[in-house]
Each structure stands twice: as structure tokens, then as C-alpha cells.
Design a protein around this ligand. Sequence first.
Ligand code: GH3
Ligand code: MG
Length: 320
Amino acid sequence: MASNIIQAATSHDALFPVQTRPRLLVVDDQPANIQVLYQILSSDYQVFMATSGAQALALCAARQPDLVLLDLIMPDMDGYQVCQRLKEDAVTRDIPVIFITAQTDESAEEMGFDLGAVDFISKPINPRIVKARVKTHLMLKAQSDLLRSWAYLDGLTGVHNRRFFDERVNAEMGRAIRNQTPLSLVMLDVDFFKRFNDHYGHQAGDDCLRRVAATLKNSLMRGGDHVARYGGEEFVCLLPDTDFAGAMRLAEAIRQEISGLQIEHAQSSVAPYVTVSLGIGCKPAHLHASAMSLISLADTQLYKAKEHGRHRYYGAELEA
Ligand code: GH3
Ligand code: MG
């Protein structure tokens, strides 16, 4: 697939680092058509390309482009089908889609809008119109991303909130089942946090939660990993494509990182500083399971870690 991905590299690079420029995906079964759009857009944006619907879906999931320019008529999977699949998946549904088509009849356009497209551009391409439309939709996308990110953030700690997690865990489970990949969940809870609050005050408790959240964020290495505040002093790490052994290693690293902060906790029965207990659940690659069963498994393991003395982790894999 690498040969089918073109990434813009122009003299603008020094001014606008390539990684921070908006990402566009151009999908067309005719490489010559892609080339035309590439030439128009590559000086301002990172441009990726796909020559089939299946490739487009894979790239959208992996690279999260900010906008897709989608050819309507393609063999195998047509543009309508690609758009429909993108809108069905929570991970890709917020990526705006513009159809590029030589068809001019209104019913084709109506159908595209019904499927969730934001605009149509007709062939042959007019470079100035393409540039203007792309710019407008990228601006709208940036604004809605910002609003969405506020709605999905926890006000106290700045990591994702429960709403984000509830949506994401279902989407990631669906994807893990489709792709036959593992999915792990680490759930953790601060030990004797009520005593911490009672002793040091609520303000210090809030500061402690902020530091725990920041440490979790730093501990997650992969782009697809997510940390969210699940409840009061309970956090979750959602780890796509991570197997049981990997999740257990991460849990141990987190356990050490948090205690390594050496946040004084004179009232804890396990250590003179703040510690956490962790529960790990893992859906193995080839198993079908529900998000609920994964959450419940991690929760049970967390409970076990508490029961067996805290400042430790337990984990298990879901079974058929
Ligand atoms: P365990 O080791 O069994 O987890 O004991 P614990 O005291 O941590 O658990 P418990 O559920 O009894 O108490 C949790 C406490 O967390 C209750 C509340 O004082 C505190 N808490 C929950 N949310 C917040 C918050 O947003 N800020 C602060 N400062 N404290 C919070
Ligand atoms: Mg607790």
C-alpha cells in the first residue's frame, strides 16, 4: 500500500511542518485523476491517495484524514458505499466527504447528501473551485473538532471523559472483531483516596488526580491508545491492538510510574505515598465479545487487586 500513498513535500515545509498541515485523502480508481488533485492541493495540505474503496476505508481508520475527496464511480466498492461505511463507524464518521463526479444529475447528488456527504465537485475539475471548497470544509471541520473535543474532555484532569470512553470502547470493540485484533483495557483506581482527601483536603485531592491523569497520558506510547476518567478517582486506558502480555506490561509500568511520583499519603495502609490498583481485561484476537464484557472483566480484576492488598495489578483474558 505504501506505494499508493503520496505525501506532499514542498518548499512550504519549512514554514508549515508537514505533520501539522490538514490531511486530505483523495480516492479515485484512476491515478491520473488523483494526480490532478494532488497538483492542486499538495502545496497546502498533506495529501494521501487511495485507488479503491477498501484502501480508502483502511486509510481513513489508520490516518484519520480531515477531509476525503471521493470519486463516485469506482469498480468493486463505489463512492456511495465507501461514504456509507465511513458514516457507520464511530471512528471515521466525523470525517467530511466531498464527492467528485462527472455525473450531473440531481438524484446522484441527493443520494450523496442523504449518505452524509458535505459537498459535490464536478469534473472536469476547476482548480480554484476545488481549493475554495476544500478550504471551507476544512475550516468547518476544525471548528467542529474543537467543539467535540470540549464535549469529550474531563474538566478537572484534561483527559477524555466517560462519554468519550463509552462511545469509543464500543467502536474499538467492533473494529477489533472485524480485524481480528486484540483489544485491552486497563482500569485503575487510586488507593485510599478518601483518606487522602480527608487528610490533605479536596484541593490537594484534585491536584493528585491531575498528576495521575498526566502520568497515564505520558505512559501510553501508541497514537491509538486512549486514557479517560471513568469516575471520581478511577481511570481507564483503552489499548487497541494490544495483547494480554502487552497490557500487563503497561499496567506494571503505570503502577511504578504513579508510585514513583512520590505524592505523600500519610494515611495509606500500603505505602507512604499515593499508589494505584489496576485491573486488566483483554479480548484476544479471534474472539467475539462485547465492550460490556471487557469492562466487566477489567473491573473484576481491579476488585481482586484491591482485595489482595492494593498497589498491584491483576488481569485476565476473555474466553469463548
Ligand atoms: P480504595 O483503596 O478501596 O479505592 O479506597 P478509596 O478511599 O480510594 O475509595 P472510596 O470509593 O471509598 O473513595 C473514593 C473517594 O474519592 C471519595 C471522594 O472523596 C474522592 N473523590 C472522588 N472524586 C473526586 C474528585 O473529583 N476530586 C477529589 N478531590 N476527590 C474525589
Ligand atoms: Mg479508590
